[in-house]
Design a protein. Structure first.
Length: 207
């Protein structure tokens, strides 16, 4: 199996925790208008699956995915909701099998060379690197490029406006995932103007 995944546009993927499903559509439109064409909704709240469904239905131009997938049941649920990709902090045989059965473009997580090789052997060229900063950061991924030239990464965890550019400058980084673009206080206040400014700044990082 191959995950066949790539991220175009700004190459910055907002990682979002949505407490209120009503926030999902205006948020997705704000991000898209700012130049970000993908969004990862994490399954950390009861509203997450419904939020994905609303984004998939009402903002089809944004690539909506689900994050922190941990079980095959979650994979089935997000596929039914319209998620177009899924992300996990790690990988298990059950998760990989469920993603393949569902036809979900899946970005499993790896942190060590052995984990990366195992996923590559299974056909997963794009892999999540988490928690990026604690696991060695951009320096680790730079070093991994020589022995693992086929693998591309989506680092997440500790990514900020200050260090995102150092990751995106690497040839083996497809995109970075970041939660700084959608702070929960701004989401709670529905301050989409402020979120839009953060998103536009992020979109410029990779230009």
């Amino acid at each position: 199996m191959t995950n066949g995944m790539s991220f175009d546009g700004a190459r910055v993927v907002p990682v979002v925790v949505l407490d209120e499903v009503e926030t999902a559509v205006p948020l997705a439109r704000t991000l898209l208008d700012a130049g970000l064409d993908a969004i990862e909704v994490t399954l950390r709240t009861p509203s997450a699956v419904d939020a994905i469904a609303r984004i998939a239905r009402d903002v089809p131009d944004i690539l909506v995915g689900a994050g922190s997938l941990r079980t095959p049941a979650q994979i089935r649920a997000v596929c039914d909701s319209g998620a177009r990709f899924g992300v996990s902090p790690g990988a298990t045989p059950a998760l990989l099998e469920a993603a393949e059965d569902a036809g979900l473009r899946f970005v499993p997580g790896a942190q060590t060379a052995s984990e990366m090789l195992a996923l590559l052997e299974a056909g997963f060229v794009l892999q999540k690197f988490f928690p990026a900063e604690l696991a060695g950061g951009a320096a680790f991924l730079r070093a991994a490029a020589a022995p693992l030239p086929e693998v591309r990464f989506m680092p997440t965890g500790g990514i900020t406006p200050g260090n995102a550019g150092s990751y995106l400058a690497l040839d083996n980084v497809a995109a970075v995932g970041g939660s700084w673009l959608t702070p929960r206080d701004l989401l709670a206040a529905r301050d989409f103007e402020a979120i839009g400014r953060l998103a536009r700044d992020a979109a410029r990082i990779a230009v």
